[in-house]
Write a protein that binds this ligand. Sequence first.
Ligand SMILES: *Cc1c(COP(=O)(O)O)cnc(C)c1O
Length: 358
Amino acid sequence: MINVTKTFLPDQEKYLQYVREIWERGYLTNNGPLLQELEAQLKNYLQVDHLYFCGNGTIVLQIAIKALEITGEVITTPFSYCATSNAILWEKCTPVFVDVDAASFNINPDLIEASITPATTAILATHVYGNPCDVEKIEAIAKKHNLKVIYDAAHAFGVKYKGRSLLSFGDISTCSFHATKVFHTIEGGALISNHPELDRKLSLLRAFGHQGDEHYLYAGINGKNSEFHAAMGLVNLPHVPEIIHARKEVFAAYDRLLNWDLLYKPVLSKDIEYNYAYYPVVFSSEQVMFRVMEALRVEEIIPRRYFYPSLNTLSFMPKQIACPVSEDISARVLSLPLYVGLPYSDIERIAGIINGHL
Ligand SMILES: *Cc1c(COP(=O)(O)O)cnc(C)c1O
């Protein structure tokens, strides 16, 4: 079977060396030495100053909302994974969906201002597929209306925009290091802050909010991660350049082989160093998408409807807001298999099946 993704697994012996180290120390979690080492290496690799390794890419969204004291309405994108808007709901805020740009699939900055009300306090946007949002326009709007900006950068590991880490934009960016992402720690995530004054708060919020047994400062949560997860990160991080390179090759092969007269894909921002996180293609109709999905399925090739459904259509959203562009794209998009080690012959086969069913 060929799945949409396959987790990169490093040399087992290197991981086991760390496991033996953990056994010797008997220190398994709570800001241990491997976690601190991973944070140091990630800051260096990503060129960011304030980074906190946490349990997953969803709790970091919640901690970011909490840390910035966001309340009321949060402007967000309907074209993302449900974690983005669910985190807003779990923090007792109201997601206000603003439709996406038809070319980039990211939140359309030109539609944001019309959705701002006196209750709006923040913008939470996703760099979809690692493709940067229009960070300049979003920053200008946020400044003008005094809004906080959080980027769900779950897809944006290692992406640079204008030579600068994409994670260094906004008040806080969040990452996911889930096993399906470009860089993974099995489960994991990170908070990347651009506010040194938030350092103490963020590190406390992820660990119950107290310092020692005396000082209970914030209503914190358990957002911690373990030495075992940090170890996976330490073993995987040196492989990231080769992982991105291998993904780039798969990407280029699909680019060459697919029939672009009858398909399209999001337009990547200029001025980026990309991580080749996903390979989404949009079909001419939902019907064609289903036809292709079925043709692939009989060959045991499993792409993913990513993202589907458009989050604004979920029944439990407090505000029902139409987002025609996002609804249209999400009905017709499939993310194709993309991972290290996907053989060229399989890419040819996948492209052949797709082209044959358009
Ligand atoms: C994967 C993902 C998340 C959630 O990350 P987890 O680590 O699985 O909690 C959030 N947002 C987006 C856009 C994602 O792709």
